[in-house]
Design a protein around this ligand. Sequence first.
Ligand SMILES: [Zn+2]
Length: 216
Amino acid sequence: MNIVIFGPPGAGKGTQSKYIVNKYNLYQLSTGEILRKEIRFKSSLGIQISSIMNSGQLVSDNIVSDLIEKFISNEKFKNRLIFDGYPRNKSQAKNLNNLLNKYNQKIDLVLKLSVSLNVIKKRITGRSVCSICGKIYNEFFNPAPNNAECCASKFLQKRSDDTLDVAITRYETYEKNIETVIDFYKQSNLLKVVNGETSISNINAEISGLINSFKG
Ligand SMILES: [Zn+2]
């Protein structure tokens, strides 16, 4: 099956994608990753991409589409792709349908990890790292043990507030940008919204349930 996964920064999309990839032997096609790979390879396309990105411009839809087609047309990846970071808008979603159609495939499931901005904020502002052992805690979701020698509050370090502002902007931009593409998939009855505010293992289970029910 082919899956598209959406989730704002901080929603745990990476963790969940990895889980699906391992459990169902799929291949994660992350647009950012394939662009970076092309640049590392220094292919002629990679050199072109690198100069576009260095000048602060966005890589064109055609280039991204060509790169994605390489994977879709490859038998090795047939019906086992997870699209991450693509499509970002309705016209890309239509393009993806056409590409898949060309190779007798389709999108079978669209997952959206849903996390409120409030929870994203708490994940960031509550986060601290023990400067002794490196363990990560969150005062809202996973507080450090009381009176522990090592992870006592005096050893816990927080990140600066800039992180929060950047995260809020990223979240809001992401959600706004994907609105139309989410609607597009909703209309074709492919969209499943997964509550991304529970524990990682709960989210894993919910996603598994959706994939298994699809596979019947
Ligand atoms: Zn510690």
